[in-house]
Design a protein around this ligand. Structure first.
Ligand code: 5AD
Ligand code: SF4
Length: 462
């Protein structure tokens, strides 16, 4: 029996990183590592980093400064703390991290974490930097999480189906940090989803940097599309909800749109980033579609699934963006009407084409961001307000902070609170929304669900 050691993983950035962090913990579990929620007392600390914008990168270096103190204090008490930097900054900067922060022991990229036990053994004897793209599939080498740890992670799970990106938008580091598009075979994804369902997972979000470009091999030897995969996964017993993210408008093919019509499990909420509403800027970003094509895609989705809601990402202050071009983005946001959206100031990333162009003043970017964000906030509020009085299916996830309350997610990813007991967890019940909070909704279990409650508010399972 190996001695239990404590592992602390901090994840930055996207959902892919959150998933990778879990898989790192899975890779280390057989070595006796148990996850903890704080860095204090941990034997191994992994920062799973994001390189997408400068701000994300800055955060990591300041966190490293703090962890250095923790490591020094532990060393004073004769305890070794191994400090590792993983993820996209590790991939992009490699050795440079050790040059800047000499107290870091281990640096490894997103394609290397299955080698963690081996890298840790090597880190006993000196610094280790591992950022090669190995030819083998890391997923083949990763141990599956135990049923108990899957349960602990809850009723909603991420599954990576595709990694990397071949689109080369001129602002984006992803093609450099995550490499070329690679899709996992259908059979392996199905097996992972079946295993999750068996442990009680009800909702699966398929993730990939460019998930709708998925082209994994099917059992018949052909390449399956994301639509094929969704139709297949909708048949896995126990899986009641499917989502996928993040998509590129160019890869929304007809069959994928039809899947939104045909599959009740496919939730009516889609993150479809457009970045800008100006054709000139879209072209300079190398997005390879126009504003009209994006709007047409939205329209086609709405036609097959009238209750669908959208979210998007926007970049303001891309090099050369004029006032009129920014207004075009603003008007697109108005025209679509989003449930939610993320907006960012353009941040020049080393090695990307747009970083070489003349940059706009910070103050201008700031002003545009404020204006756009204001409109996005207004739309978010309006979307939530429209839920008032409506009855939404809620997948219950866990106990809420307030005693006696449970919390779950609506089809639109809104958090919904109700009075109820832990028996609700994992179930999907209609909830009538009667109150709007700042970030959450509250409601009451609708009549037919409430009928199954005993006097303590516990669900009576038939
Ligand atoms: N600057 C600002 N935002 C960026 N994004 C990607 N690269 C940059 C950049 N260089 C945003 C895009 C993308 C989201 C994940 O991050 O909007 O969709
Ligand atoms: Fe950040 Fe992109 Fe890496 Fe995700 S893939 S962590 S968003 S740089």
């Amino acid at each position: 029996m190996t001695q239990a050691r404590k592992l602390y993983v901090k994840s930055y950035g996207c959902q892919m990183n959150a998933y990778d962090s879990q898989r790192m913990a899975d890779a280390l579990a057989p070595e006796g590592y148990v996850e903890t929620a704080t860095p204090d007392g941990a034997d191994l600390i992994i920062l799973n980093t994001c390189h997408i914008r400068e701000k994300a990168a800055d955060k990591v270096y300041s966190e490293l400064g703090r962890l250095r103190e923790l490591k020094d204090e532990a060393a004073d008490q004769g305890r070794r703390v191994v400090l590792a930097v993983a993820g996209c900054i590790a991939q992009a900067e490699g050795q440079e991290i050790i040059r800047r922060a000499g107290y870091v022991d281990l640096v490894f990229g997103p394609q290397n974490y299955h080698q963690l036990p081996d890298m840790l053994a090597r880190a006993e004897h000196g610094k280790v930097v591992e950022t090669e793209f190995p030819s083998d599939d890391k997923f083949d080498h990763l141990p599956a999480p135990s049923r108990a740890s899957t349960r602990r992670r809850g009723v909603s799970a991420f599954v990576t189906v595709q990694e990397g990106c071949d689109k080369f938008c001129t602002f984006c580091v992803v093609p450099y940090t995550r490499g070329a598009e690679v899709s996992r075979p259908v059979a392996k994804i199905v097996a992972e989803v079946e295993r999750l369902a068996d442990a009680g997972v009800r909702e699966v979000t398929l993730i990939g940097q460019n998930v709708n470009a998925y082209h994994g091999s099917a059992p018949d030897g052909r390449a399956a599309t994301l639509a094929d995969l969704l139709y297949r996964l909708a048949r896995v017993p126990g899986i009641a909800r499917l989502r996928y993210t993040t998509s590129h408008p160019l890869d929304m093919d007809d069959r994928l749109i039809e899947a939104h019509r045909d599959l009740p499990a496919l939730m009516p909420h889609l993150h479809l980033p457009v970045q800008s509403g100006s054709d000139r800027v879209l072209d300079a970003m190398n997005r390879r579609h126009t504003r009209a094509q994006y709007l047409d895609c939205i329209e086609r989705l709405r036609r097959v699934r009238p209750d669908i809601a959208f979210s998007s990402d926007f970049i303001v202050g891309f090099p050369g963006e004029t006032d009129e071009e920014f207004e075009a983005t603003f008007s697109l946001v108005r025209e679509v009407g989003y449930a939610s959206a993320y907006s960012f100031k353009y941040s020049p990333r080393p090695g990307t084409p747009a970083a070489e162009l003349e940059q706009l003043p910070e103050a201008l970017k700031h002003e545009r961001l404020q204006r756009l964000q204001h409109e996005i906030d207004r739309q978010l509020d309006a979307f939530n307000a429209a839920s008032l009085g409506a009855t939404l299916d809620v997948l219950f996830e866990k106990a809420a902070k307030r005693p006696g309350q449970m919390v779950g997610k609506s089809p639109y990813l809104q958090s919904v609170h109700v009075m109820g007991s832990a028996n609700l967890i994992g179930g999907i019940y209609p909830v009538t929304i009667d109150e709007l909070g700042s970030f959450t909704l509250s409601g009451t279990l609708a009549q037919n669900a409430a009928l199954n409650l005993n006097e303590n508010g516990s669900l009576i399972v038939a």
